[in-house]
Ligand binder design. Structure first.
Ligand code: FAD
Length: 478
């Protein structure tokens, strides 16, 4: 393998092949510090052509490849295992905005572009790129695509799948597929683009993308609404949708347990109400202009909701500062959870109509598995996506809770399956949930996924141990 490292250095330059443990550290330890691996080398190509030559060399040598962007995956998706055999292919040097087309409303970028840079480039051109999430200052477009990221505006704009027109991909054998088309209509066969989106680095390396741009929403209105519970929140969602149409951009739900945690553990998080409600929703509308009309529309919808008993109290933000304070309450929940102690985390989606039943049944399953454990439930309610976290019961030791957590997770995921949901709404399967795949996909789904993998990566060298369970049919060992 030394000759491979030499060849990689010839392709990208010796400065961009990292072999020392100290230099490799950020590339082999995941964002949450949960997974620590090691690598034969970390390679940092500067162009699609260099990626092509790197992958051809790895193919020739039979090396394992782990594609990596900003390394912010919450499922250990981009972290190599501890064998020290993998070549980590980091795309962060590939950060060019290739082209902006304000007439066709598209932006073409290198896959290593950081998401915030793409948002900024769109803004500079008087346009809007809507993907927005907590890691936007570090995560890359390639990672967003491979994870099919969603974020806070899925309700209005969709996930990365809906935001993408074309891709450029280098296959595991070093061939390049140029699918960088900016077409909104193309019915000429299978959508190869959609195959690579959400593939979590198991089918090839995305090197470029054509993304959709939108008119910049210059008017925003936000409200923080106290609701009696999840059923009422779903009723409120229906009312706001009916009154505000596709101006509804975000609808974020959080329970009293979340609000209690966030106001106790996050210094600048303050409730806009005198007392703790049973649950709350952060509603945001946006439009190209007409701020006053937008706020009025939101207020009217909220008055109707209060009269119908769906909301108990509501505060409409008077300015951007107050709207940011509302978002601080929502976004501070993850931070508060870390400070509150060990939690079993689940990122699930179920049909919106099933959500209340899911929460009731999952709550009962948690109480049976770990009596006294507290569900901390929040998420993108309009997308049917809940972050269903379960905090360690005060009476249980960390060790006892860690031992009980896998069974608890299985019970929660069983409830998800009963409601035709998904065990990964947006954070991906990675290595965190790979063991659950066999239980949540049908044998036919597993067989098809396995067959597609084998066509593109016959030796299963791309990102092993992630997404695809090791006992899949038609699997060929590395
Ligand atoms: P990495 O972490 O480097 O990689 C992620 C996966 O993509 C890995 O499987 C990797 O192998 C693969 N990959 C990376 N680059 C490429 C490439 N060029 N070609 C092929 N495969 C590649 N997600 C949401 O959907 N909604 C949220 O609200 C949200 N909030 C978040 C908040 C925080 C604070 C954090 C840390 C994460 C959040 N996420 C959210 C998850 C986020 O979507 C992913 O972490 C992000 O999209 C991954 O991008 P990355 O560049 O860091 O990829």
């Amino acid at each position: 393998m030394n000759s491979l490292v030499d060849e990689l250095a010839r392709v990208v330059g010796a400065d961009h092949v990292l072999t020392a443990a100290g230099e490799q550290a950020p590339y082999v330890t995941d964002w949450l510090g949960k997974y620590r691996g090691s690598a034969l080398a970390v390679v940092r190509p500067g162009s699609s052509e260099e990626v092509r030559r790197v992958l051809a060399a790895c193919h020739e040598a039979g090396a394992i490849v782990v594609p990596q962007g900003g390394h912010t995956s919450l499922s250990g998706g981009a972290t190599p295992d501890g064998s020290g055999n993998a070549v980590v292919l980091s795309l962060t040097r590939m950060n060019r905005i290739r082209e902006i087309d304000p007439i066709g409303n598209t932006i073409t970028v290198d896959a290593g572009c950081v998401l915030a840079r793409v948002q900024e480039a769109a803004r500079e051109a008087g346009r809007f790129f809507p993907l927005s999430l907590g890691a936007e200052g570090s995560c890359t477009i390639g990672g967003n695509l491979a994870a099919n990221a969603g974020g806070v505006a899925v309700l209005r704009y969709g996930t990365m799948r809906e935001l993408t027109l074309g891709l450029e991909v280098v296959l595991p054998d070093g061939r390049m597929w140029d699918g960088l088309k900016a077409l909104r209509k193309d019915n000429s066969g299978y959508s190869l683009r959609d195959l690579f989106i959400g593939s979590e680095g198991t089918l090839g390396v995305i090197t470029g993308a054509v993304l959709k741009l939108f008119p910049e929403p210059r008017a925003r209105a936000a409200a923080f609404v106290a609701v009696p519970g999840l059923d009422a929140a779903l009723g409120l969602l229906a009312v706001v949708r009916e009154r505000c149409g596709d101006r509804l951009t975000a609808f974020e739900f959080m329970t009293d347990v979340c609000l209690d945690l966030v106001t106790r553990h996050v210094a600048d998080a303050r409730l806009p109400f005198g007392s703790l409600p049973a649950a709350a929703v952060l509603v945001e509308l946006s439009d190209t202009d007409g701020e006053a009309a937008l706020a009025e529309r939101l207020e009217t919808a909220l008055v109707d909701a209060v009269e119908a008993g769906l909301a108990e109290d509501a505060v409409v933000a008077q300015d951007g500062t107050q709207a940011r304070a509302f978002w601080r309450l929502r976004e501070g929940i993850s931070e508060a959870l870390v400070r509150a102690g060990k939690a079993a985390k689940h990122d699930v989606s179920v049909p919106v109509a099933e959500m209340a039943a899911f929460v009731r049944e999952a709550g009962a399953a948690v109480e049976e598995s770990a009596p006294g454990a507290r569900p901390v439930v929040f998420g993108h309610l309009g997308d049917g996506n809940l972050h269903y976290n379960v905090l360690r019961p005060e009476v249980a030791s960390e060790e006892a809770f860690a031992a009980a957590a896998p069974a608890l997770t299985r019970r929660v995921h069983d409830v998800v399956a009963r409601h035709q949901g998904s065990i990964s709404a947006e954070h991906g399967i990675g290595q965190l949930r790979v063991g659950e795949m066999s239980g949540c996909k049908s044998p036919l789904e597993l067989e098809l996924m396995s067959a597609l993998k084998t066509v593109l990566d016959p030796q299963w060298r791309f990102n092993p141990g992630k997404l695809l369970p090791p006992d899949m049919p038609a699997r060929r060992p590395v």
